[in-house]
Design a protein around this ligand. Structure first.
Ligand SMILES: [Zn+2]
Length: 471
């Protein structure tokens, strides 16, 4: 068996003015690509089961939609390498599922359709995805197998890819195309309301392995979907795959009905408030460090990272011990290059990509400077400025700009739910509902392109048809 490995993976917000380019992607090919998968190494049963052929995998930090030319360039490179790879029995697609491209409403469908055209109708296609990806009917139909993470924050990313590879090998050995039961669930919620750390998502996802373990079922998967793109495919979805049509249909219906039944129970994963309410609570609390998620411009969810709104509010509060990370402003970082640590400096930051939420003047002392970042101390506040969009989602990233994140009373960073590294050091935590391209208040963003009715946009909608479609 020869199985190709490929993919273009990005989560991109159509509400964000930033546009993703080829340079935002890390592109792996050849042995370098193969080496990232444990199970493709000699000695592993999956490595012995097939010849794994690395094609191309491009992966980027979440951001704005791709320029049409950027997508065309990546796709053309991927397809050229796929043709060069020769005949393949199968393809493992390492995707996210929430890529937006200017001019397309279902970018992953476009990609898998093009892959299918190259490899032909006989090859089996298996996709490993983020549960924040979207699954349209056409996309699911074009694939033979598709699965996604079962945890958010995502701690099962590599085992998900291995499961997709294993399922592909199993199906190829059986020589029979699996049956897929697909159910669109008309619910669209942010990841911060659907963390599997808490109910009701914890119980929903806990039910998935039980469905998968049934006779005749190969895989079961539940997608939350991506809330910050305005496309018809943005909604929750369930796919159960296997060889017994009745079993996959029953499993898919159960998971879809479970999702729909608990739709009113999804709440934010942490207590929320306005930024000022969160800062007031942090100042009144003895918990140190007190983490505040500045959620509206979270680059990890697709925010532009150029919004200085929160920074401006924090400066106005004259806080005794706080850090604010981060605002991307290439011009400001460039202007600071001629200064040394300890210099008094003044720069204006914000709105580098056109988010339209204003600029802030920083007059303070330069605490850290490198070609890619700077830290300016204003009173008790350290403001982190970066040349490129950067997600400060782990203490190690603060260390890279010379900061010990545990040394502050208040840590404000652009994130939604806390990733494991920050979760571990947070003595307490609040989610601030701040403005930006990944605003957690979906109803104020103004979706026009999603299917209607969808909960909670149509809060009183009637029960939907959750009968699985066999694809
Ligand atoms: Zn995700």
């Amino acid at each position: 068996m020869r199985i190709g490995i490929l993919g273009i993976a990005i989560e991109s917000s159509t509400f964000c003015p930033h546009r993703s380019s080829v340079s935002d992607f890390t592109v792996l090919t050849g042995q370098e690509l193969l080496d990232i998968y444990d199970w493709a190494r000699p000695g592993h049963e999956l490595a012995e089961a097939a010849e794994w052929v690395p094609v191309l995998r491009a992966r980027a930090l979440p951001g704005g939609a791709l320029h049409a030319e950027a997508y065309a360039e990546l796709k053309a490179d991927l397809l050229a390498r796929l043709r060069e790879a020769g005949p393949l029995d199968g393809v493992l697609l390492d995707l996210h599922g929430a890529m937006s491209v200017d001019g397309l409403v279902d970018a992953e469908l476009d990609l898998v359709t093009a892959v299918r055209e190259v490899v032909g109708p006989r090859a089996f296609l298996s996709a490993a995805m983020d549960l924040h990806g979207n699954v349209s009917e056409g996309f699911a139909r074009t694939l033979d197998l598709l699965t996604c993470y079962r945890t958010a924050p995502h701690v099962d990313t590599w085992e998900t890819r291995e499961r997709a590879a294993r399922n592909l090998v199993t199906a190829l050995r059986a020589g029979t195309r699996p049956v897929k039961a697909w159910v669109p669930v008309p619910v669209l919620l942010p990841g911060e309301k659907t963390s599997t750390r808490v109910e009701p998502a914890a119980a929903l996802y806990a039910a998935v392995p039980g469905i998968e373990a049934r006779d005749g079922v190969l895989d079961a998967a539940v997608w939350v979907g991506y809330a910050w793109a305005d496309e018809p495919r943005c909604h929750a979805a369930v796919v159960v795959t296997g060889y017994d049509a009745d079993a996959v249909r029953a499993g898919a219906r159960e998971l879809a009905e479970h999702y729909w039944r608990v739709r009113h129970e999804f709440t934010f994963v942490a207590p929320t408030g306005t930024l000022d309410e969160c800062v007031d609570a942090a100042l009144a609390s003895p918990a140190r460090p007190f983490l505040i998620s500045d959620s509206g411009d979270n680059p990890g969810a697709g925010g532009a990272d150029d919004v200085a709104w929160t920074l401006g509010r924090l400066l106005a509060r004259d806080l005794p011990s706080a850090v604010c990370a981060s605002v991307t402003d290439p011009d400001a970082v460039a202007a600071l290059q001629e200064h040394a640590v300890g210099d008094d400096v003044g720069v204006t930051v914000g709105d580098a990509f056109g988010s339209g939420l204003g600029q802030v003047k920083l007059d303070g002392r330069l605490r850290f400077v490198s070609p890619t970042a700077a830290v300016i101390t204003v009173g008790g506040l350290d403001a982190v400025i970066t040349a490129r969009r950067t997600a400060f989602h782990d203490p190690a990233q603060f260390a890279e700009v010379g900061l010990d994140v545990t040394a502050y009373d208040i840590v404000v960073t652009k994130i939604g739910y806390l990733e494991p590294g920050l979760y571990a050091i947070a003595a307490n935590w609040l989610l601030a509902l701040t403005p930006g391209g990944v605003d957690q208040d979906l109803l104020r963003l103004g979706h026009h392109g999603i299917r209607r009715p969808t909960f909670p946009f149509d809060a009183d909608m009637p029960d939907p048809d959750l009968e699985p479609r066999i694809l």
